[in-house]
Design a protein around this ligand. Structure first.
Ligand code: KIV
Length: 272
């Protein structure tokens, strides 16, 4: 059984490949700020994903579409300053790579230079292959993302499970194989049937990291605010809540308000 690592040897693409070949599961969590990233890194998470889900959980947007390259850079640089062991992967935001491969490489280089991140993540398969190849040819490691790709939410018309039908499932497998052939080091599989995620995982030599894709993928990822129970309104079937931080924080804030109102805070020991 694998457990959280305490050593500070940095997680690299080679280490992730070793983990897949030895059947050691990969843990990935999102992070968007220095303080939280420090806690998650020291706890032993293998990968810190600076997800464009920052648009939802940090900025309150309904979709990930509004977040910009500069917003992502702010979050990613904060996370990278915290990471001692975990690999830091940054989402390329909507509009920064889909246009053409020149736009993609320019965005990728800007993110890498201004954050010192370890790798980038792009949503999509063969339709963005030229951009992926260009970024890879600059020596930047790329993580793929297939299945439910939130940047295409307006095309899908909602966040329901993807690739239930054979045609879309076959397309997902051929996209995954094409990404592997291009040199991508891992692929996120989001909200697809567990059997399809297992098939993709068995057919690939690179690791798969699932979210809502069953437990046969090589690793798992969750959004940190969701798994800590900070957001009460988001309860998809795949989410396991490890804490009820919403209640804990709310309780602490209420205690603080009461202490201020009753002049209990600060007391004599808490003043100069
Ligand atoms: O942005 C994000 O948080 C993600 C994960 C859900 C995989 O892409």
């Amino acid at each position: 059984m694998s457990t959280a690592k305490e050593s500070t040897k940095r997680v690299t693409v080679t280490e992730l490949a070793r983990m897949k070949s030895e059947g050691e599961k990969i843990s990935m969590l999102t992070a968007y700020d220095y303080t939280m990233a420090t806690i998650i890194d020291r706890a032993g998470t293998d990968i810190l994903l600076v997800g464009d889900s920052a648009a939802n959980v940090m900025a309150g947007w309904d979709t990930t579409i509004p977040i910009t390259v500069d917003h992502m850079i702010y979050h990613a640089a904060s996370v990278k300053r915290a990471a001692k062991r975990a690999m830091v992967v940054v989402d390329m935001p909507f509009g920064s790579y889909q246009g053409n491969s020149i736009e993609a490489i320019n965005s990728a280089v800007k993110i890498m230079k201004e954050t010192s991140a370890d790798a980038l993540k792009l949503e999509g398969g063969v339709e963005i292959m030229e951009s992926i190849e260009r970024i890879l040819s600059a020596g930047i490691p790329v993580m793929g993302h297939l299945g439910l790709t939130p940047q295409s939410i307006n095309k899908f018309g909602g966040y329901s499970i993807r690739a239930k039908e054979d045609k879309e499932a076959d397309r997902l497998i051929s996209d995954a194989l094409a990404l592997e052939k291009a040199g991508v080091f891992a692929i996120v599989l989001e909200k697809i049937p567990a059997t399809l995620a297992q098939k993709a995982t068995n057919n690939l030599s690179i690791p798969t990291i699932g979210i809502g894709a069953g437990n046969k993928t090589d690793g798992q990822v969750l959004v940190i605010q969701d798994m800590l129970g900070m957001n009460q309104s988001f309860s998809p079937k795949f989410l396991r809540r490890y804490h009820n931080l919403h209640e804990e924080i709310s309780g602490a804030v209420k205690n603080y308000i009461n202490d201020v109102k009753s002049s209990d805070f600060p007391n004599e020991k808490e003043q100069y």
